[in-house]
Design a protein around this ligand. Sequence first.
Ligand code: AMP
Ligand code: ZN
Length: 673
Amino acid sequence: MKDAAERAAWLRDELARHNRLYYVHERPEISDSEYDLLFRELVEIESDHPELQTLDSPTLRVGSAPSESFAQHRHIVPMLSLDNAFSTEELRAFDTRIHRTLGTEEPIAYSCEHKLDGLSLSLTYLDGVLATAATRGDGTTGEVVTANARTVGGVPLRLAEGAPAGSRIEVRGEVLMTKRAFAEVNASRLARGEEAFVNPRNAASGGMRQLDSRLTAERRLRFYAYGIGDVTGMSELAPTLTERLAWLRDLGFPTSPGAKRVVGIEGAAKFAEGVLAMRDSLPYGIDGVVVKVDGIALQAELGSTARGPRWAIALKFPAEQAFTRLLGVSDQVGRTGVVTPVAELDPVFVGGVTVSRATLHNYSEVARKGLRIGDTVIVQRAGDVIPEVLGPVLEKRPAGAQAPVPPAECPDCGAVLIVSEGLVSLRCPNTHGCPSQIESKIVHFASRTAMDIEGLGEKQVARFAELGWLSDVAGIYGLASRRAELVGLERMGELSVERLLSAIEASKQPPLGRFIFALGIPLVGSRTAADLARSLGSVNRLLATTEAELAEIEGIGQTTAAQIVEWLSEPGNRALVSALLEAGVEPRGQEPLGDHFAGKTVVFTGKLEHMTREDAEALVASLGGKASGSVSKGTSLVVAGPGAGSKLSKAESLGIPVVSEEEFLASLPDGRG
Ligand code: AMP
Ligand code: ZN
């Protein structure tokens, strides 16, 4: 029995130490499975000797049986909110106020931290052992969620350095779900047929309010400490926030990572700028930075208002999520006839832009998200990613709200749609008669990576189509006969007509690959088009090709081969090609423009700034080389832009030459790039 007690105590200490190594220092010394072995041993001892289970036993981290309800907890020091700033000017105004109140000209030292996007939690330790965890609630009274808090990664069950008998310390911080845990937890929820969480914050706050703490444990939440509340019976604390945060780390708390002490408000502004730039690469969501006066005595002098401390401010970043109303769902017909539902939203400012529409991808997605017209929905626009409707806020659903109904007929031409299994796709079969399809085919044909006809964008095409001047792709080459009418159009003028018509004329001798790409054959992107051009060499060969011949071409799979042959077998498509040739389009045959890259394979990685990836690859192809998506021993050159990752390191390890985009362009033969 004594042995068991000793072993249990040793295991508790050891597990707590490994927890700190993992959460605070992010430097684990043992593997997860070794940790599990120690853990299971402790579980066994405790189940044989229940009296040995202590309040700081790591076995409590898996959660315990449900409670009936949450008890109330009165905060000794109120948990306040933070004042907000939305611009650098407002941040400077905060600094000015502080100088005025303190009556000093000296630059102020600030502790700058991430504003973690979760929920705040207050942890009270009695004699060094976690006794109570409470939510913020209304700031004065919160709810006791101790059993749940024990399951949160990074919450120490006992202070690492121990604490004097009779001491009490309250540590405050944020509970959140990392982006990774969010993705993984959602994947397993979907696999079990459960609904996915809309965002990490909801998942975290919902998780902390579970009556069954085993459910909290499943959410794999994390805690980061950012401050100290009420303290009694501890030795004197350090005079700055920065030092106190370091002390919290010694006690076993992970603290808001990325925190930095600066002197003077410009340093804080710069900190914020840096954090904003790397926001997407952080392991968790943040909604800004918090700037706090570092000196505790100064904090006391500044005091608080009812809302929040005068010594701290949150500089908010543009929200990446916002609530708005789903006004309706419209159906958009794409170039290949695929009908895509699009959310029509009450315009909302999110991620730095106003969003009023967002693609819903397809109707099975709409059903999965459970959207109804009139719902309040959460819209997300993170970084440069296209806006996305995450899901409805069910509590705000108006009575009688209806789910959007997938159309049976093309919203544009009225043709009966072809419905694939499970509503994943709806397609209008009226390829050559559906105005939307025709217009987007024309836009695609004229686009930069295809025939590159400048001045023939979406708006212009829609306008000409409406006037009846453009009813199919080949019609582009008939526009020259309407010179006078074109000049007469509003906002056109002599000069732009001249430019447009000469761009059209200039497009008549395209490289074969671009021409094939411009035709808009399903599954044929510019790389495949270039492969086809190289192997087939002429339009006539393309028109006569067979599935067997295509399957021989490197880079062309069976599905693509079948699609190409199907496309070619359709009389309307063949008529289009003939009409183009008749109009004077003469694709330049087997066309490497040069042999600069003959026999070479080039890989592009990272962000390109002067051209699109497709353009770059087409360029390599036009100079006799091959563009590939992955680095291997056969790679001749890697062109790396900002954000290049594993491909770059692989190239370096294989000793393959790496150049920047600028170097790549500069190395091309004259007149290219
Ligand atoms: P708000 O609720 O927007 O007024 O902001 C106050 C909340 O920000 C606090 O209750 C905390 O939950 C949260 N917060 C996140 N990160 C920090 C941080 N580093 N320091 C202080 N509060 C933070
Ligand atoms: Zn249609």
